[in-house]
Each structure stands twice: as structure tokens, then as C-alpha cells.
Design a protein around this ligand. Sequence first.
Ligand SMILES: Nc1ncnc2c1ncn2[C@@H]1O[C@H](COP(=O)(O)OP(=O)(O)O)[C@@H](O)[C@H]1O
Ligand SMILES: [Mg+2]
Length: 270
Amino acid sequence: MLTIRDIHKTFNAGTVNEVRALQGVSLHVPEGGFVVVLGGNGSGKSTLQNAVAGSFFVDGGSIQIAGEDVTRWPEHRRARLIGRVFQNPFSGTAPTMSIAENFALATRRGRRRRIRWAISRSVRDELRERVRGLRMGLEDRLDSAIGSLSGGQRQALTLLMATWLKPALLLLDEHTAALDPKSAEQVIRLTGEIVGGLGLTTVMVTHSMQQAVNLGDRVVMMHKGRIAYSFSGAEKQRLRVDDLLGRFEELRRREMLDESTAALLRESYV
Ligand SMILES: Nc1ncnc2c1ncn2[C@@H]1O[C@H](COP(=O)(O)OP(=O)(O)O)[C@@H](O)[C@H]1O
Ligand SMILES: [Mg+2]
């Protein structure tokens, strides 16, 4: 479960570079809920995820994960509750280490144990089965360096690692944006299977309206640090790409109107 109440974040406050990245965002994701976040470049999607993960403290508002108020928790403490996958297939894994070694690291996340690179036979068997489930032919390559794999294979493995310990919350930030269409489709299919199979509470950022239509039980569209639209229930089920395009267009028109009004006001004062 994730509950975000009225969070605000301003970067470089009081300088010429001031950015009001989050301007009062509230969002409740029930246990097992799957929210897809859409929005133009710079609308605050990644900042929202970073606020939840604790990359910085919010200026106002509160964040609850799995019943805990984590608003003032440092990032490493929240990491025990959160699985994350980012856009870049090269982040999140150690490229020179093998698949098995990367999993040995990932499955120790947040647990006190002595450093051992090897994984036990039973864990290795489980790993092979779960990697087989990805249907990418990687089950026989557990000792290959992650760096030798394709972007799609790496993202699939990163997703598996991020969800291995069944996190209370899964955060995906455009995790298919850097992939070719076929790999993206494959990783999205796996995302649906893993999230559905484990019943994970998930927030997925994407720029793909098709993904937003196909996945999840709620879609929110961000604009200028706020949630401009939200679709859930039957409305989400009925949602089509054209509906979303229409809403984007509406936001763009509103923005142009704001800009021209501002320009008019400026002119009338010179
Ligand atoms: N660490 C930061 N320092 C300064 N500005 C930032 C920082 N992170 C994000 N921003 C700004 O906040 C706004 C929202 O960014 P972001 O959340 O990354 O957008 P997106 O919706 O594309 O993921 C942008 O104007 C971005 O430049
Ligand atoms: Mg982003």
C-alpha cells in the first residue's frame, strides 16, 4: 500500500533556476494496486518516484508505505520496502558480474549477512526456474556476465531481481523506454505477469499510451507537478489511446492559453 498526501518539492528554491517539480500531489495505491503514470517531459513523474524512494525529503506532505510513515526515512531504509527499475538497462546491475552473482547481491538487499558471492544450490535451482520463466533462453547462461546481454534481457533480469523479495512497493520509471519495440513488448508482458503473479503494489511511469491502456488498474496523467487527470475502475477499463491523446491535447491547449494570457498581460504593462 502507498499513500501520498499533498507532497511538494521545489528544486533550487529562491534562485533563477527554481523548479516547482511537485505542487501538491496526492495518490493512494491500495495493496496490490497497479498505477500507470503518464505525462510530458518534465511534468514531475520521476520526481514523484524519487520522492517516494527517498532520494530527497519532500518540502511538505507525507508518504506512507505498507502502513509506515516513511516521510523522514532515509533512502537506504526505504530501500528495504521498495523494488526499482529504471530506464537505463546499464543501471541496477553490475555488468562484469554474472547473472548468478548479481542475484546473490540483489537477494541480500537490506539483509545483514556476511558477503558471499556464491549462492546455495537450492537458490540457484530456484533462480534457474525463475529465469526460465522469462522465456529468454537465459537459464543456461547463469554464469555469463550481465554486460554481455542485450538491453531487453538485462531489463527482464533487473525486473526479476527487483521483485525477488516481493517488495511492498515496485517503482518502474520508463523501464522500457530505451529498448527496441520487440524487447519493450517482451519486458512489458513480463511486467504484467510478475506484478499480477505476486500481486505487487506498483507505480509504473511510461511515455507509452498503449502501455497505459493495456496495463494497470488506474492511469494518472501528470502536468506541471500535479495530477491533471485520473482514470480508474470501469473508466480505466474502457480507456483508449485516443482518449489519452485527447487529454494531452487539452493540457497543451490550456498551457498555450496560459502562455498567451501571460504574454498579453506582460504587453499591457510595458
Ligand atoms: N535534482 C533536481 N534538481 C533540479 N531540478 C530537477 C531535479 N530533478 C528534477 N528536476 C526538474 O524537475 C522537473 C520535473 O522533472 P522530472 O520529474 O524528472 O520530469 P519527468 O516527468 O520527465 O520525469 C523538471 O523541470 C526537472 O528539470
Ligand atoms: Mg522521468
